[in-house]
Design a protein around this ligand. Sequence first.
Ligand code: ADP
Ligand code: ASP
Ligand code: MG
Length: 406
Amino acid sequence: MLIVQKYGGTSVGNTDRIKNVAARVAKYRTQGDQVVVVVSAMSGVTDNLIKLAKEIMPLPNEREMDVLLATGEQQTIALTAMALHALNVPAVSLTGAQAGIVTDVVHTKARIHNITPKKVHELLKQGNVVIVAGFQGETPEGQITTLGRGGSDLTAIALAAALKANLCQIYTDVDGVYTADPRIVPTAKKLQEISYDEMLELASLGAKVMQSRSVEFAKKFGVVFEVRSSLNNNPGTIVKEETKSMEGVVVRGVSLDKNQAKVTLVGVPDKPGVAARIFKALGDAAVNVDMIVQNVSHGSPDKVGATDLSFTMDKPDLLKAQKVIDRLKKEIGLRDVITAEKIGKLSIVGVGMKSHTGVAGKLFETLAREGVNIDMISTSEIKISVVIDLAKGEAAMKAVHAAFIG
Ligand code: ADP
Ligand code: ASP
Ligand code: MG
């Protein structure tokens, strides 16, 4: 069997953990499996590199950021190869570029264009375990890129697709996907399986157990994968296409995204083309806008009215967004700009919502009982999200979990 195994930051957090990974890999290899290992940087390393860069300047050049961040994973591939050598297992480390991972040029959140894993195939054929640096690739011109935070998940899933692996295992520090982050909600339950769509929503809405883009990729290419623990042998959670039986459950999971920021534009002229200009400029600056709420205009037929417009994005994009808005403020004639970072986005997700009613009412009632004010609301067929005060986020999450899941 050809197996792709991905080990996250905590799983390679120190040399003992790396030895532990090597022992697990060696076990599979002794059984006769071919193993491709994808590793993250040791836990804390990427965060620390970002901190160092920001000490130099608040908005560092993104090309240089990628050159810096890619070094984290490069340390771990070499150490993991050494740990396998120490067990007499032949192993070779490869950077993302050496493994044939080609991306676009959107530095710090590049997308994979294609993978030509020629070298991986060659090394496997010679009997090696191949260890690939997660989270990185290179452009067709040879620039180093990274795939967005948590991007080693994407490396693993994309490699599993390109290599047509028989198995893709994502090893982390929890033994599967839970109905909520078990560190916040102690009563959260482990799921045996979850559909791509539910996992995708949970991941994009703050459940960092999987990078959302990696789940999108898995869905597109039909890569079935298992999320499991590197610290024990418990069976994990299988992520796969939706089955009929999954629809019986209304709410599969609850997530809380604490990494959001909000910008409110006060007194936006209410005429055609203004929103287009604002959001085009934000898009051009690579700011990923999430929720957008516009108030009803106070205008009259003979006079251009004004309205308020709020939008949310990931916190790290706030500075970039502020720069764009500052530039537009005069041009468009905005009265005021207010930013908020102490917000949280709480969401409930489940494919069963398609066929059940009353879910929103129950969610709002639960929040009201907790004294939580709802700032913004957004829904899709299988999720409801609300923006609330960050300070009340965890308590609200527990209450909502108790109401819908138990
Ligand atoms: P890795 O370094 O292995 O990629 P991450 O820290 O990125 O690991 O993701 C694992 C963490 O995700 C867990 O420690 C857990 O706190 C968090 N998490 C958030 N939501 C969930 C969830 N629904 N199920 C499991 N873990 C979750
Ligand atoms: N090291 C990168 C990060 O911390 C990628 C990953 O861990 O998946 O975001
Ligand atoms: Mg991760």
